[in-house]
Ligand binder design. Sequence first.
Ligand SMILES: [Zn+2]
Length: 254
Amino acid sequence: MDVCAYCDKSADLTKEHLIPKWLYNVTKHYDWQTIDRVKNKTIDAEVMIGDVCANCNNIILGNLDAKAKELFHKYFENFIEKDHTISFSYDFDLLTRWLLKLAFNSSRVHKSTQDYFIPYKPYIIGQSNLALKLALCVYLVFPTEVEGKTDAERKIYPEAIRFARIQHSDYEQFFDICNLIAINSFYFILLSPKDKNISANKWNELVELFLISNPSAVQLLPQNNQQIISASKYSTLDVMKSYLVNNKDRFTGK
Ligand SMILES: [Zn+2]
């Protein structure tokens, strides 16, 4: 018997979706459906990873997905317009656990570094509180306006599910987890410190520096459950630029 990627118990393993089935179903018509930004290519969103036990997959992570689905219908399915501000209500632990799960799943699917996520596994499956330092930030991407006859033609919506490790030398020296999980307009970033013994003050300073270099992002604090968030200065084409350039052929029909 193999060992479950989440609870480390020996069990018959089942297949967990990289993207929950319900999320795949409501986004499968998107042009750039699931993008791995590290490789800058679309990936098969229905991809499964067969290393999760039935209890973690169907019960624990299944319940987490069900909660996230409510959040999707309340917020993520609605695109944020330029200059708009929203009041975002969240349960920090549920949202963070779900985003960690997506990032951890993605890292296993893409065989990229997973070590960063391992200390957070008991938290993801609800077996422990968040004892380790972790910051959750978000910025909102609005549709790019272009010339067109109809409303639908005039706007390019940020319709995408994206996973990426943010590769930036300034960040790599300070952060272990430095991952983007984007769902339509919502660009979430998870951060964990490289230095596991970092003091709370020093960690807050690092997150603050990250926010200064990303002025459109706001931190979702664990002690809060509501945050006012304004649209960032980024529209769809700003965040998709490198993807479009690297995949020109897909969009020019050549
Ligand atoms: Zn398990």
